[in-house]
Design a protein around this ligand. Sequence first.
Ligand SMILES: [Zn+2]
Length: 261
Amino acid sequence: MLRSTLVDTHCHLGDPAFDADRAAVLARAQAAGVSHVVVIAESLSASERAATLARGSTGLSATAGVHPHDARTWSADTLARVRELLAAPEMVAVGETGLDYHYMHSPRETQRAAFEAQLQLATDIGKPVIVHARDADADMAAMLRALAPRPPVVVLHSFSSGDDVWDAGASIGAYFSFSGMITFKNWNRTDRLTACPPDRLLLETDAPYLAPVPLRGKRNEPAFVAHTAAALARLRGLGTAELAQRTSDNFFRLFAKARRP
Ligand SMILES: [Zn+2]
């Protein structure tokens, strides 16, 4: 088994799906060579939970922020608390935030306002921002382009958007994070995986969702990022260890930068 360091840069480890066996999940991640997991928050309460999980744990860091589904809960008080949580060193990024016009759990303008505020927060505190994008390509691309010439570090998570968002992300030096979706039969954008600059490539599970083939349909967990790493390595013509090293180097470079005052 692969012993080099893999990083799961996007895992909803605070999700109730892990309440019964969170410690065992982390032990399996270690055994699979996953040395670090970023606990992603999608609401204020999830941000508090993520912060608690990451506090004092060497293999975990966490984010604080509000998902576009929950954008209607965004307020000045939320911003203040998210900012406070992000002052801790193990709190490495804002998010996940973004735009999701597929489910529309919050109105578009509400989503845009919450996203805008979290982009601004990332800029203000000098930490990266984890971005979720679904069926909102035109607005997403415009909002990313508007960050130039001094964008925060943007991570486009579980990337599966169209050309507009790809180009906008590339133009501001965004990182592209790929999930188990790239192992699905219906993934038809192998060109993205080969075109992504090697220094902008990240890996994630988005657990408990999106388990990669051959585990598709199961609850996803950080250990399974090894399957996504193997698929991406194959497509880029690299050994899995080399790909793991590359993506982990990217992660640690990105977040070391984020820690700089
Ligand atoms: Zn997510």
